[in-house]
Ligand binder design. Structure first.
Ligand code: ADP
Ligand code: GLC
Length: 468
């Protein structure tokens, strides 16, 4: 089977969050003697594209309504990824130093049209087109409805919803940007009076997946307005838990971390990484280190961090280190805590891949009090690095973390994203840290949990076969 993944992000080329990690890993695990998985993504103006050389393999022009844009398809000259990756270069729209901005309708629509225009020139069409999130959500509609893509009608296609909060809404006034289709079917694009690319994909894709079984269930009741649609389409919807890239996230070979380690050297390995963090961020090596890594947005519960952190830090028995960026008010409040809590608290506001690996390695606990968490990869990285996750039991967090009070439990879970519950969870963690025998046993136990992509990559192949 030839599988094409179409996505706005792919690690290590361009990453905003977990979507990149998934699209950068899943194709590796899907490629074997029987299947080949390839990725098509936009060409951005970023560090990766500056550091690599590309060759153009196709040149053309695309139309969005009245406007024309020239575009190219590029391939990497050096083979640095374990799968083929193609870049859609639309200089006037996509080539920016960011992935997303406030008005991406034209950018991502142009990306999708260019991708399909180019696929039309292929001698043999792909066996599966796999779209990720709303940025590629108009593809299932265009495959089914646009006159110029009539020859694609029989290509099975899949939509994976990584996050249903973002749907790519735009006004009906811009429907003219979509390549011509039978206007009687415009309702397929509409949800609540707007063009909704995610809803259109849910209606038109042959199969819809999301990134954990629990999130699939939750979407029927809480999907930012798409609850009824997801319930109505539930027959073609499945939840498949994400995996993690076992090669990239490997404490024995990770070149970002300060000291590599395995299960039997966990104590010295984690201590060396914690020491580095404590030296760099002025923290106390003798106290447990709680970390947060992620986007500072409501979904992650970050608006509650300033109050929660103050409550815990006032007790004086914990360090907290945060790596993240997002809401500027929250960023400012988190920065303000640095001075009064110097010695036990610090925050790095920004994005830093290297530092994130060191934190997974050096922290004792990872906080994830998410309001919404379709899967969450951080808790799986943290498990792999022997860092105990503290999570709100929701979505993928519910599917991957069992509370220590339960048989074989290894994490700390709370029911709601509320300050008092997060503080109680931190208190439980401090107690666990003090019980060195139990703490060390759990750290070793979690490093042995296998969340590699192997099983889930197979589940996707099975799904493709069922619609082929
Ligand atoms: P989401 O995609 O909702 O942001 P995930 O848990 O799926 O959440 O994935 C987040 C990914 O982004 C992880 O690889 C995490 O390590 C990384 N990440 C998030 N924020 C930062 C940051 N500020 N610096 C470095 N890596 C980050
Ligand atoms: C989204 C979700 C996150 C998930 C990631 C990868 O960004 O917010 O929970 O892990 O996609 O699927």
């Amino acid at each position: 089977m030839n599988i094409i993944h179409i996505s706005a992000e792919c690690y290590p080329v361009a990453k905003v969050g977990g979507l990149a990690d998934v699209v950068g890993a899943l194709p590796k695990y899907q490629s074997n003697t029987k299947n080949k998985a390839q990725v098509i993504m936009p060409f951005y103006d970023n560090k990766f594209t500056k550091q690599h050389k590309f060759t153009s393999i196709y040149n053309s022009e695309l139309k969005l309504g009245e406007n024309s844009y020239s575009f190219k398809v590029l391939v990497l000259e050096d083979n640095v990824l374990d799968f083929d990756i193609f870049f859609i270069d639309i200089p006037r729209l996509l080539f920016k130093d960011y992935v997303y901005s406030f008005n991406d309708t034209e950018r991502f629509l142009a990306f999708q049209v260019a991708t399909l225009d180019w696929l039309l020139t292929w001698d043999k069409y792909p066996d599966i087109i796999h779209c990720h999130d709303h940025h590629t959500g108009l593809i299932p509609f265009m495959l089914q409805e646009s006159f110029k893509y009539e020859t694609f009608r029989k290509i099975p296609n899949v939509l994976t919803i990584h996050n249903a909060q973002y749907q790519g809404w735009f006004s009906h006034d811009d429907v003219k940007l979509i390549p011509d289709f039978n206007f009687n079917h415009v309702g397929l694009l509409d949800w609540d009076g707007q063009i909704n690319p995610l809803a259109a994909a849910i209606k038109c894709a042959w199969s819809v997946t999301t990134v954990s079984p629990s999130y699939m269930e939750e979407l029927k009741f809480k999907a930012n307005g798409l609850e009824h649609l997801l319930s109505a389409e539930s027959a073609k919807c499945t939840g498949i838990l994400n995996g993690i890239d076992w090669k990239v996230w490997n404490t024995e070979t990770d070149t970002y971390i300060k000291k590599q380690y395995a299960i039997n050297t966990i104590a010295s390995g984690k201590k060396a990484n914690k020491q580095y963090l404590c030296d760099t961020f002025n923290l106390d090596i003798d106290k447990p280190l709680f970390a947060f890594i992620g986007r500072l947005v409501g979904e992650k519960g970050s608006d509650l961090f300033p109050e929660t952190f103050k409550n815990s830090l006032d007790k004086g028995d914990a360090n907290i280190l945060l790596l993240g960026s997002g809401n500027t008010i929250v960023e400012e409040e988190l920065k303000k805590l640095k001075e009064p809590y110097a010695g036990i608290y610090n925050a790095f506001i920004g994005y830093d891949e290297t530092l994130s690996h060191i934190i997974y390695a050096g922290a004792d606990f990872l906080l994830m009090p998410s309001r919404v968490e379709p899967c969450g990869l951080n808790q799986m990285y943290s498990l792999r690095y022997g860092t105990i996750p503290i999570v709100r039991s929701i979505g993928g967090l519910k599917d991957t973390v069992i509370d220590i009070a339960k048989p074989d439990g290894f994490g700390i879970c709370h029911e709601n994203t509320e300050v008092s519950e997060i503080n109680t969870a931190i208190d439980r963690a401090v107690k666990l840290y003090e019980n060195k025998t139990k703490f060390n046993k759990i750290r070793k136990q979690i490093m042995g949990i296998n969340h590699s992509w192997n099983a889930s990559a197979k589940a996707y192949i099975k799904l493709y076969e069922s619609i082929n």
